[in-house]
Write a protein that binds this ligand. Structure first.
Ligand SMILES: [Fe+2]
Length: 268
């Protein structure tokens, strides 16, 4: 889909790892994930006078259920902007595609203003960890070449590198450096964003900026050896994608709301 915009920059909102359960009010490690998502979306509405695109970077449903995708699509209808999704390890790609509510949502890319946004599938069937297959690398290269006059933002679910969390690091994209070198070979790729790690993380690889967004539900504590939850609130990331290929970004978290969860949980 091509979206024409007259403004100089694109306001993109990234939300991730909503982990909706089959029934509204269902919980993940004791946290009601519908409730926390609604608070984050209220924050998105109050923070952003204008939104050009919403991007959900996977683990939308914890169990890949139609009800979770239908509910997520309904929540997103409150925004007057296109919404694009990509799958995480907890998602079911086929069920997601059937229930995402619009043909654009799972189309895999969108052109908006001066930017091309490419959604990659980094999942491996029935595995927690990630990998980017050659077919996805080929699709990426073909799209970037076809839209050589656009700046490119690439999004996927898993991080491509270590985040210095020993328990999560084995789940990173197993061919992460091959993937990143493929991105560096495309001159119009400006940044890579991901989800999965339920925490704020920013780094770069040979000059390519890479960053994640917090989950809209439970948060994982950075720099921990073992599974550890964090008490920081759910949130989202925003981007202003400028016409000259530069960008601004930040993370915004819900304030003044209590979120209960099982702090002593040993994993999920
Ligand atoms: Fe995930």
């Amino acid at each position: 889909m091509d979206v024409v915009t007259t403004s100089e920059s694109i306001r993109l909102v990234q939300i991730s790892d909503t982990h909706l359960e089959p029934e509204e009010g269902g919980t993940l490690l004791g946290m009601d994930t519908d409730r926390s998502l609604r608070y984050v979306l209220d924050l998105v509405r109050s923070d952003n006078a204008r939104i050009d695109l919403l991007l959900a970077t996977g683990d939308i449903s914890t169990h890949g259920t139609p009800q979770a995708y239908q509910r997520f699509a309904r929540y997103m209808q409150q925004f007057d902007a296109p919404v694009v999704w990509l799958p995480g390890n907890h998602d079911d790609n086929a069920v997601m595609t059937e229930h995402c509510g619009s043909p654009e949502a799972m189309a895999g890319h969108i052109v908006i203003g001066h930017w091309l946004i490419i959604m990659l599938d980094s999942t491996i069937s029935r595995q927690v960890g990630g990998r980017v297959e050659q077919a996805e690398l080929d699709r990426l290269a073909a799209l970037a070449a076809h839209h050589a006059d656009k700046h490119v933002l690439v999004a996927c679910h898993h991080p491509p590198l270590s985040i210095d969390c020993e328990w999560i690091d084995p789940q990173r994209i197993s061919n992460g450096e091959v993937f990143l070198d493929a991105l560096l070979a495309l001159p119009n790729v400006k940044l890579l964003i991901c989800g999965h790690i339920h925490q704020h993380w920013e780094t770069s690889y040979r000059g390519l900026p890479i960053m994640s967004t917090p989950s809209t539900c439970i948060q994982f504590k950075p720099l921990e050896e073992d599974f550890t939850l964090d008490e920081v609130s759910p949130g989202y990331r925003w981007f202003d994608l400028c016409a000259d290929g530069t960008f601004r970004t930040g993370v915004s978290r819900v304030e003044g709301v209590e979120f209960s969860f099982d702090m002593n949980s040993g994993g999920y």
